[in-house]
Write a protein that binds this ligand. Structure first.
Ligand code: GCO
Ligand code: CA
Length: 263
């Protein structure tokens, strides 16, 4: 009985930005738990096809959908196409995101807005078009990918922190409006993971690398696969009365103030 709580057989999951990185790791977890997955990408059909081949090699039932999450018309059309051709979307993971590391005082408004658009406005747009079917069916799971920056600031990531803090509150508001339709909206807040997004700050010798390792009680960068458990939990029957929470998967960063260099 306990294990069936996490079984996603027969479910359809749309994961935005799932051609690489954390989105891909979570999509693999959801796919390996039995769901059919729709992999959204934005950069090129070629990159999407390459990702699909990787999913299929693992035995996952994967389909591709190329669209820009900030373009409402494209989102609307793509969601309709997925639901007509593949199946109703039971699980939505709003994962696509960007970061620009620029001090606020030097940041151009257009760049600030671009981050807010992808990281905060797009989860609203995609959810708005997916939730309509979920409301009709009185069933659904929405997972918004938040961040350490949903809780904490850091030099140079002001736009990202504003967006991810906003996404945490958007998650609570979605739960407020949609829980009554048996739709559970929650977030996952990854700590510091080894992905292409963090590559520039992870390089050996970069003081940020040592800072993160010492700032994290677990003493290391996360492996993207460490997110699979939370993704499966929030996609499954196991979380049917969990609403508006952000599950932080961070090796303990948010549990502690940190420590001096000599400890
Ligand atoms: C940074 C990092 C973070 C992480 C992550 C933390 O520059 O501080 O890139 O923003 O990507 O979101 O949870
Ligand atoms: Ca499998």
């Amino acid at each position: 009985m306990s294990i069936n709580l996490f079984d996603l057989s027969g479910k359809v999951a749309l994961i935005t930005g799932a051609t690489h990185g954390l989105g891909m790791a979570m999509a693999k977890g959801i796919g390996n738990a039995g769901a059919k997955i729709i992999v959204n990408g934005n950069s090129s059909q070629e990159k999407l096809d390459k990702a699909l081949a990787e999913y299929k090699a693992e035995g996952i039932d994967a389909y591709g959908s190329l669209f820009n999450v900030t373009d409402e018309n494209a989102v609307k059309e793509s969601v309709a196409k997925i639901e007509a051709e593949i199946g109703n979307i039971d699980i939505l993971v709003n994962n696509a995101g960007i970061i620009k590391r620029t001090p606020l005082v030097e940041m151009e408004v257009v760049d600030f807005k671009a981050v807010i658009d992808v990281d905060l406005v797009a989860p609203f747009i995609v959810s708005k078009h997916v939730v309509k079917g979920m409301i009709e069916r009185k069933s659904g799971k929405i997972i918004n990918i938040c961040s350490m920056m949903s809780e904490l600031g850091r030099n140079s990531v002001g736009a990202y922190a504003a967006a991810k803090g906003g996404l945490k509150m958007l998650t609570k508001n979605m739960a407020t409006e949609w829980a009554k339709y048996n739709i559970q909206t929650n977030g996952i807040g990854p700590g510091y993971f080894a992905t292409s997004q963090t590559e520039p700050i992870r390089i050996e010798g970069n003081p940020f690398n040592d800072f993160i390792v010492s700032r994290t009680p677990a003493g290391k960068w996360g492996d993207p696969d460490d997110l699979q458990g939370a993704a499966i939990f929030l996609s499954s029957k196991a979380s049917d009365f969990v609403n508006g929470q952000v599950v932080y998967v961070d090796g303990g960063i948010l549990a502690t103030i940190g420590k001096p260099a000599n400890e």
